[in-house]
Write a protein that binds this ligand. Structure first.
Ligand SMILES: Cc1cc2nc3c(=O)[nH]c(=O)nc-3n(C[C@H](O)[C@H](O)[C@H](O)COP(=O)(O)OP(=O)(O)OC[C@H]3O[C@@H](n4cnc5c(N)ncnc54)[C@H](O)[C@@H]3O)c2cc1C
Length: 460
């Protein structure tokens, strides 16, 4: 692992440019806290300063200063990212918007919320629940990640199986551009197609095109009824086949999540549960709506030929415990060592092939790979766990990440389904996108940020 320097390697500290900003600090603890995210990546040095913003004007002022001096800035939400997208090093300044955390309005008739970027995902859902509504994109990190970060990564989650990822739930944005101008995109209406869709372009742009300072979110009616089951299988490939069988049967679960045996072991050890006794892999399925019980019957029929055990939740408490087991997976693995989380996605009928391929990669590279998956989206998280002092950016862990991408590519898939490219996956982007797309993407970046000061070295 690189030795970290606390000194700036720029001849004039970038932080000095922000001395006039009321939210700026060069405090060592603040710079350490803002240097990386939950990806396991450790930058070799610390950012020069952190600018804590509490209003749109604070962000405008920060970007005007950065623009005037050509200082690179790294937008930061809650720092739960898994691709080192919010990591920052010497010569850079972090613009932290976590303090912009107000829910500005909820219109229960239009089912629309307007929020600041630092609001946590779960806080939006708690506020929406008071009106019988919910916000669908619910990452497993819902309690700790911000809406701004969700938008910047186009985050997914469990309910995305039925309701789509973040892009399907954001109607409009207010964004501060690299030179401090404020851009409004989209609208507050459910439909609207005037002009190019800049909202869609900004979602998933990983802080490289602008800083999100407000979002208009689409809410949905809370389902009248949900039904939940856990099915267990002898091994993860069989579980993958069962998940593909659900998709092939044209059933639409609202949640379809998969965990392999080693992950079940880790969850059991961390939480005192006993899932592993029931099988070598676990599939969590939930249906919702008036016909939820009928749809769940169909899921039982689809998975029965593969399963060793099927447990239908008797009540909401049991259903919540099953959902919690899946949410606990990454924190449980983080107890075992440093984790590097893959995020490949592939056609949903190739899940079993993907799990077989991952076993080969583990054998070839000698790394331990644990797997969880948003199975209904074909989105797999192969998780490499290394020792606390081992690197994830070189050696076997890095080699495994590259091999995972090539496996996904062979199966007709992609490098990242929801976590983003960040810093950690950038070397494979051009291979997936191709020359023409890369040229166009760099031209778009230059149009938004001609000086290249917004989150340089990330995403494309
Ligand atoms: C236990 C655990 C479970 C997780 N489960 C999921 C999951 O199920 N699905 C999923 O998609 N992700 C998941 N994640 C990853 C992470 O929570 C998401 O990527 C989340 O969207 C990041 O939000 P954040 O506020 O922490 O962003 P950060 O980590 O602070 O930043 C992420 C990226 O967004 C940019 N950014 C942040 N705020 C802004 C802004 N206001 N304007 C412009 N750019 C900005 C940053 O520069 C960076 O590139 C999980 C993480 C953990 C630790």
């Amino acid at each position: 692992m690189p030795e970290r320097s606390t000194e700036s390697d720029s001849s004039v500290s970038a932080g000095a440019a922000f001395a006039a900003h009321p939210g700026a600090t060069a405090d060592l603890a603040a710079r350490e806290a803002a240097a990386t995210d939950r990806s396991g990546y450790v930058p070799a040095s610390l950012p020069d300063a952190v600018v804590r913003c509490e209003s749109v004007d604070d962000v405008v002022e920060a970007l005007r200063l950065a623009h005037a001096r050509g200082v690179p800035v790294v937008p930061r939400g809650a720092g739960t990212g898994l691709a080192a997208g919010a990591s920052a090093h010497a010569g850079q300044v972090v613009v932290d918007v976590r303090g912009m955390n107000r829910i500005l309005s909820i219109d229960p008739v239009e089912m629309v919320a307007v929020v600041e970027p630092g609001v946590l995902n779960a806080e939006v859902n708690a506020a929406a629940a008071e009106y019988g509504l919910f916000y669908a994109p619910d990452p497993a990190s819902t309690a700790i990640c911000s809406i701004g970060g969700n938008i910047a990564t186009n985050a997914g989650g469990m309910w995305c199986a039925k309701y789509g990822v973040t892009r399907e739930s954001v109607l409009g944005l207010r964004v501060v551009l690299a030179d401090g101008r404020v851009l409004r995109t989209g609208r507050g209406t459910i439909k609207g197609v005037t002009g190019y869709d800049l909202t869609a372009l900004l979602i998933g742009s990983e802080g490289t095109l602008g800083i999100v300072v407000e979002a208009t979110l689409r809410l949905r009616p809370r389902p009248v009824r949900t039904e939940t089951l856990a099915a267990y299988f002898p091994d993860v490939e069989t579980a993958g086949r069962a998940a593909s069988a659900i998709t092939a049967a044209r059933i639409q679960p609202s949640i379809l999540e998969l965990m392999d045996g080693p992950t079940l072991d880790a969850v059991d050890r961390a939480e005192g549960t006993r899932h592993r006794e029931l099988g070598g892999a676990f599939l969590l399925a939930q249906t919702d709506g008036f016909g939820a019980h009928l749809e769940l019957d169909e899921i039982v029929r689809a998975v029965e030929p593969f399963a060793t055990s099927i447990r239908r939740a008797a009540d909401e408490g049991e259903a919540a415990a099953l959902v919690k087991a899946r949410r606990d997976a990454i924190p449980a693995l983080e107890r075992l060592g440093r984790v590097s989380i893959g995020d490949i996605a592939m056609p949903r009928n190739r899940l079993a092939d993907a799990f077989a391929g991952l076993e080969e990669i583990a054998a070839r590279t000698g790394v331990r790979i644990f797997s969880v998956a948003h199975a209904a989206d074909g989105n797999l998280h192969p998780i490499v766990v290394v020792g606390p002092d081992e690197s994830i950016t070189e050696g076997p862990a890095k080699a495994a990440l590259g091999e995972m991408f090539h496996l996904a590519k062979r199966l007709g898939g992609t490098l990242t389904g929801e976590h983003g490219v960040g810093l950690l996956k950038r070397e494979w982007v051009a291979e997936e996108l191709g020359e023409t797309s890369i040229e166009l993407q760099h031209a778009i970046k230059a149009a938004f940020d001609p000086g290249g000061i917004l989150n340089p070295g990330k995403a494309i």
